[in-house]
Design a protein around this ligand. Sequence first.
Ligand SMILES: [Zn+2]
Length: 297
Amino acid sequence: MNPIRPIRPRVIALVVVVILVITGITWRSVQTPADIFDSARAYQDVVKQVELGPRPPGSQAHAQVINYISGELEKAGWEVTLQQTERMGHAIYNIIAKRGSGPSWLLLGAHFDTRMISDRDPDPARQQQAVIGANDGASGVAILLELARSLPANLNRQVWLVFFDAEDQGSIPGWDWILGSRAFVETLQGQPDAVVIVDMIGDVDLNIYKERNSDPGLTDEIWAVAAQLGYDIFFIPEYKYSILDDHTPFLERGMRAIDIIDFDYPYWHTSEDTLDKVSQKSLEIVGKTLHFWITSP
Ligand SMILES: [Zn+2]
């Protein structure tokens, strides 16, 4: 009787199991759908924010959306910090997520607050209602959260995702526009190589024109990526609006910053900025364009 014989099949079995595990892991890391921007998950981020109700600074839903965003970023493995400061007597909370290292530094931003009044509503009785912000607020946040989940962790660059507070309260007594991004830029050390703001990009009828205050070179770069993906009917290669948005404080400090915004939105700052105005397809167009741009060498 050969004492080795009974052991042999076990050894072979063990080797086979080890090979299966290793090849399985390799296959998953190459093929994993986790590397793809999933617009269904992004749309669910819009749904969850809308379910909280309007999210103006100081509201309970505002505190809840900060917890939601931070929790999703942590689950996706990002280093998350909360910048707590104050502007015009109001508490400001910017959420900053960081990952990666390397020779270049990209910063993507979106505001998470929603406007406390629907002052452009055609019905005067509704003008004191808070905006739900399915598009103006939730859509930009959704794009950034799904990028957090889907960007490869081993990019040879540093990526920051910044969720700005108090963007959308201008022309209201005691408030101003872009308080959160102004506070962020004032304390920012160093200069990102590119800053991309997304705002109101979930509109069912997506028409994103080039924005006149944005850095023209960076604008052309992103519009070229969109065209490469066949999205040039949505990223229209023409200039249209000049917008004050969260890219403004970066531009004022000489940084390459752009605002990706679809300003042809009839429900802007009305009680009708609701979930039915946002489409998963629009989130996909913008999300995949940014994902491709960030992951391109
Ligand atoms: Zn707004």
